[in-house]
Design a protein around this ligand. Sequence first.
Ligand code: SF4
Length: 348
Amino acid sequence: MSEALETANPINGEASQTESLREPHPAPETRHDWSAEEVLRLLTAPLLDLVDRARAVHRRYHADGEVQLASLLSIKTGACPEDCKYCAQSAHYAKTTGLKRETLLDVDEVLLKAGRAKAAGATRFCMGAAWREVKDGEAFDSVLAMVRGVRELGMEACVTLGMVTQAQADRLAEAGLTAYNHNLDTSPEFYGEIVTTRTYRDRLDTLARVRHAGVQVCCGGIIGMGETVEDRASLLQTLASLRPHPESVPINALAAVAGTPLGDRPPVDPLDLVRMVAAARIMMPLSRVRLSAGRRELSKEAQILCFLAGANSIFYGEKLLTTANNDAADDLALIDEAGLSVQAPSPG
Ligand code: SF4
């Protein structure tokens, strides 16, 4: 190895360790104490060394080449009182996005769609409601029935409903909920530029209640919103500081929606997404890293690089919550072409 490569490789911060990056790298023990500098060194490391290391971690802890297909359905669309600057569903931008408010879908319709998703190969069904927080009553009771129904289909059930109280998180757990999605979105430092109607602390408190209820945590973030690489490092550092790590970590690239304050943001460099996936894989070795929004803009090659870097789930189906998603047939063809396999439904 050349002197230049040795000194340029900053993954471990020590040139003397660089050689081992070329070897099958021993996976790190699960850690919660990553420093900002360490994460920044990961995100700015030579790309192939970073991917090599992430792949070694991935192969140690996960079925190699296996991808979970998760389907996502908006069960209540629009008119959300929050002001997340990237989101088409915020009532704050309804006049410019033109997105119409819809009422909560009924339970039978949701379960019909879950059944179709299962038949198409999905093993996880995620349901999103554009609420600031859950309110007890008929709508929440319907969501609980949806969760029970999805579980009866033999699928993992995930919901994203905004903030929850402990009692509501406990009821979701009783209904059999597999995971609750509540993203941190970005770094604590940059967060105020993106959302002003709820605090970072609110988000962490919701995650703590979900965890306390015994439900798995699905929590990740979005890149491409104008954040710096330091913000990306800080987001990952915060995610990895959660004890235990979120079982599921969605990594999103901004899907810029016209009419939202971030509607004219330039597209994310696909290699930045690869870096985020790889760093997440290294820092949270046991978590399922989900290649989420923004995948539609990625070439086949960029998606394969993300799989190589440790992504092991994609959102599958025609739509994400309100934005278009990759064609399902194209996804299956890509998985086949790359020699990957789709996670089989669990016998339980
Ligand atoms: S991201 Fe969620 S909380 Fe924020 S505006 Fe959209 S639906 Fe509401």
